[in-house]
Ligand binder design. Structure first.
Ligand code: ADP
Ligand code: MG
Ligand code: MG
Length: 887
């Protein structure tokens, strides 16, 4: 029989070293902390395996599980000496969800479970604190009603507010035992009214209700959205943790807190955290009262008055600091910790690897390697390449004018500008229309996740550095300013006010998550650079990677950025955008609409000097490095005039009448342009186009070689080749142009002619194509379209459903479909190499910047990947990781 329940604490540890697949992250780490001797309240975990059983059984609990849970409860009872449901001295537990990966969207934790009208009296007696007992009971009902019964929590909060207002109180802690008792009565009334049944008094019913709610929440909409955004498989399931309560709300020697063993924002080696005296559970992160700092230094740096934990509870703080060090040494990583102090006794309630900004991740990895805690290779493997994206985007120009509206906490670094929205749905809608938005909320909750994801930045009026907004924003890499307390936000009216000024929905706002500043308007930004820990890690990565990294770049500016980020060449320089420039589009149109070769040549003659200038600038920037230039690829009709005036202009330039032109334009119409007259088919039918482009390339290359000394290495790439013969014809055109230019200039340079492999036929016939082609560049965007028979531009209607239902594991346009497209690449690489062992192989699709696809390229043994300039560092790191993982 399968075992579903694993006990921990009190010297027992069924989960041993903590298997997170089985126990979920939270359960595994509770078991592990207990097993290394840290103070963990006893409890047990119902494994993730049961999650699937729960759904199979239609939400029922088999007797076998009930028996195991009884054993688990008996364990807690024997360690604590209390009994579940005992009116004299009741055991209370928390019920906590816990998937393998920490997951907002899951059921929130229920605390103080086991209280009812009888046990609350027992708790009051044994604790000699009626206020505490009734406070715990009212919290329990409120949480249970919200997360298990899913009743409207607004009514409960309102009742609490009114109870305080009636007495002129501002804090929950001011309410007396009798106030709380009255509130409990009111809460029970609210439950009965909304739920139609009285609040469950049977503690076992309470327990199973909560357990069912946790398993049920695995399939909640919120959880599904989160899984989709984070590539978490639905099959993983969640675990449920049931654990003896410890109380941070037993007066001034009790407290609850959250901490990181290092600064998760900057990465500094300093304990970092917040705590609240006489409080429970989520009080710290919920922004109910302003939490106090953990360390004296942090308090002083912030200029805050209330004593830090280091000052207020020096002894417990000392124990906590020891625990931090034990945990870091044990897990060899920065930890995110939850703890509670019950009457000066420290209890550990959670530890996990802490979420951090990319900047902190780099600093922590480099520091830990230098401290000897981890190796350099581990440091390289620790950084999520995609997270570097955060550091590769512009930051606020220090010289730009800032109209500062207010200042909040610097919760997640980076700067963002956008138009203000006050709710998550609007954020998502506007972002889908391509509008950059800043999501402004009083505070955020898991319901806002989709809007936070869609927003460029997040601003909240409430909540500290560990608030929901701050933690989630850091995880997503979104800049965030939290706790900007001077903002008064009216989300319904879509307006916020601050210091006599108003900001409405749609107004432009800039936030700087590094300083906490909130500014009116869009503030100018500056380019990032690779320096400090980032540069160090890149050097380490370059030492281990085998794949070269190039950039997809088609302007001198792109090339410059790419070189600064360490690109070792250009893997794809498209030439079509050059044709669109306003100064030449008329000539391009004249060329396309010409009815014969002579007419085309007249227009091409005018384009040649312009095109040469394009290549000269690019080759200058990339001097000494290979540059793959793709000859014209898109269907000609993309360049056609639309407006009357445009037709008239071309007619004048070409000396043809407008009607003839229009007829010619109509002839160019295609039913399926993606599979139409494009790529090398243009070169086969109109070789003079490729001839002009090749001439421009070689003239430019010879000029640059002469001037700079470091000769560029052009690699002329023929697109959309399916057969050897096409490439042979096109190579002859290119070679002829090269010979002509070399003869004219009296100087030769090195160059290659090769092809994109972007049609299945080309992949299969790679053996003969390699007889002609000197390199292959896998154009995986088109290769994916042509292999799957899916148009990328139309895929959005159904691809989501395909990924959701596991037909494709990931969006195949983002991450290579290894089984299909990948096999074609392997075949082409193998057959190409058989013919021409030294053939150069690279990839230039969007996939060249995707870490999983890069790992695939390493496996197949390609020579290089090519990614967009801002992704070059990501690709360098991913290539290093791929090389290390292969070892
Ligand atoms: P989350 O995954 O949202 O962090 P947790 O299960 O960690 O949810 O719990 C929420 C809060 O309740 C945390 O502050 C946690 O420390 C506290 N908590 C959970 N279980 C207990 C317990 N047994 N005793 C005291 N506090 C608890
Ligand atoms: Mg929570
Ligand atoms: Mg927690």
């Amino acid at each position: 029989m399968t075992q579903y329940v694993y006990r921990f604490g009190g010297g027992v540890s069924d989960g041993g070293k903590g298997d997170r697949n089985l126990l979920g992250g939270k359960g595994a780490n509770l078991a592990e902390m207990a097993s290394i001797g840290l103070p963990v309240p006893p409890g047990f975990t119902i494994s993730t395996d049961f999650c699937a059983v729960y759904y199979d059984e239609g939400g029922q609990f088999p007797q076998a599980l009930r028996d195991e849970v009884a054993t688990g409860l008996a364990h807690i009872e024997s360690v604590t000496g209390k009994t579940f449901g005992n009116p004299a001295d009741p055991l209370l537990v928390s019920v906590r969800s816990g998937a393998r990966a920490s997951m907002p969207g899951m059921m929130d934790t229920v605390l103080n479970l086991g209280l009812n009208d009888e046990t609350v009296e027992g708790l009051a007696n044994t604790s000699e604190d009626a206020r505490f007992a009734w406070d715990s009971y009212r919290r329990f009902i409120q949480m249970y009603a919200d997360v298990v019964l899913e009743l409207d929590h607004g009514a409960f909060e309102e009742a609490l507010e009114i109870a305080k207002e009636d007495q002129g109180f501002t804090l929950d802690t001011e309410l007396s035992a009798d106030d709380l008792k009255a509130l409990v009565a009111e809460y029970k009334g609210l439950v009965e009214k909304q739920w139609g049944k009285p609040f469950p008094q049977d503690v076992h019913d309470q327990l199973w209700g909560a357990v069912g709610a946790v398993f049920g929440s695995w399939q909640s909409e919120r959880a599904k959205v989160y899984r989709r955004l984070n590539d978490i498989p639905g099959g993983w399931g969640t675990a449920v943790n049931i654990q003896a309560m410890v109380f941070g709300n037993m007066g001034d020697t009790s407290a609850t807190g959250v901490a990181f063993t290092r600064d998760p924002s900057k990465g500094d080696r300093a304990y970092y955290g917040e705590f609240l005296i006489n409080a429970q559970g989520e009080d710290v992160v919920a922004g109910i009262r302003t939490p106090q700092y953990l360390t004296k230094t942090a308090r002083e740096d912030a200029g805050a008055k209330p004593a830090s934990m280091e000052e207020a509870m020096p002894e417990v703080y000392g124990q906590l600091a020891d625990v931090f060090d034990t945990l870091e040494n044990h897990y060899r990583d920065m930890q995110d910790i939850e703890f509670t102090v019950e009457k000066t006794k420290l209890w550990m309630l959670q530890t996990r690897s802490g979420k951090r900004t990319a900047k902190a991740a780099l600093k922590i990895a480099v520091d830990m390697a230098n401290e000897g805690l981890i190796t350099r290779e581990e440091a390289i493997l620790r950084i999520d390449p995609m997270a570097l994206d955060q550091l590769l985007h512009p930051t606020l120009d220090p010289k730009a004018h800032r109209d500062v509206l207010t200042k909040g906490l610097p919760a997640s670094p980076g700067a963002a500008s956008g138009s203000v929205v006050f709710d998550a749905d609007t954020a998502e809608k506007k972002a889908a229309d391509g509008v950059a938005v800043i999501l402004v909320r009083t505070e955020t909750s898991p319901e806002d996740i989709h809007g936070m994801h869609a927003a460029k930045g997040i601003l909240t009026a409430r909540g500290g550095m560990t608030s929901h907004a701050a933690v989630v924003a850091r995880g997503m890499g979104r800049p965030c300013v939290s706790g900007a307390g001077t903002l008064s936000i009216d989300a319904k009216a879509k307006i916020m006010r601050c210091g006599g000024r108003e900001v409405k929905e749609g107004d432009l706002l800039t936030i700087d998550g590094t300083t906490g500043e909130v500014m009116i308007g869009a503030v100018a930004t500056v380019q990032p650079e690779l320096s400090g820990d980032f540069a160090t890690l890149m050097v380490w990565a370059d030492e281990v990677r085998r794949l070269k990294v190039r950039a997809n770049a088609e302007t001198p500016e792109d090339c410059r950025v790419a070189r600064e980020f360490g690109a070792e060449g250009v893997g794809l320089c498209r030439t079509e955008h050059m044709f669109f420039e306003s100064s030449r589009i008329t000539n391009v149109r004249q060329m396309i609409l010409a009815t014969d070769e002579k007419g085309r040549r007249v227009a091409l003659e005018k384009l040649l000097p312009e095109q040469r200038k394009d290549f000269t600038e690019i080759l200058e920037v990339m001097a000494g490095l290979p540059v793959t230039i793709r000859l014209l690829d898109p269907p000609l009709h993309e360049f056609l005039p639309h407006e009357e005036a445009e037709f008239a202009e071309v007619a004048t330039a070409a000396g043809i009448d407008v009607d003839t032109l229009k007829r010619r334009a109509a002839e160019l119409h295609e039913f399926n342009p993606m599979l139409g007259h494009r790529g090398c088919r243009l070169g086969v039918t109109y070789p003079e186009i490729y001839e002009m482009q090749a001439r421009a390339i070689f003239e430019a290359a010879v000029d640059v070689a002469e001037k700079s000394g470091a000769a560029p290495i052009p690699e002329v790439m023929i697109p959309l080749v399916a057969t050897r013969r096409e490439l042979e014809l096109m190579k002859a055109v290119v070679d002829k142009a090269a010979q002509a230019v070399f003869a004219e200039k009296g100087r030769t340079i090195e160059y290659l002619v090769g092809t994109m492999i972007e049609l299945p036929r080309a992949a299969l016939r790679a053996g003969d194509i390699a007889e002609v082609g000197e390199f292959f560049s896998f154009g995986t965007n088109d290769l994916t379209q042509t292999t799957l028979g899916v148009s990328r531009d139309d895929a959005s209607r159904f691809l989501g459903a395909y990924v959701e239902q596991g037909i494709y594991a990931k969006d195949p346009f983002v991450s290579i479909d290894v089984e299909g497209v990948g096999e074609l690449i392997e075949i082409a690489a193998e057959r190409g190499r058989q013919t021409r062992p030294a053939i150069k192989l690279g990839i230039c699709g969007e996939h060249g910047g995707d870490p999983a696809s890069i790992a695939f390229c390493e496996k197949v043994g390609l020579d290089y990947v090519s990614a967009s300039p801002y992704r070059v560092p990501i690709a360098r790191l991913a290539a290093a990781q791929a090389a290390l993982s292969k070892k």
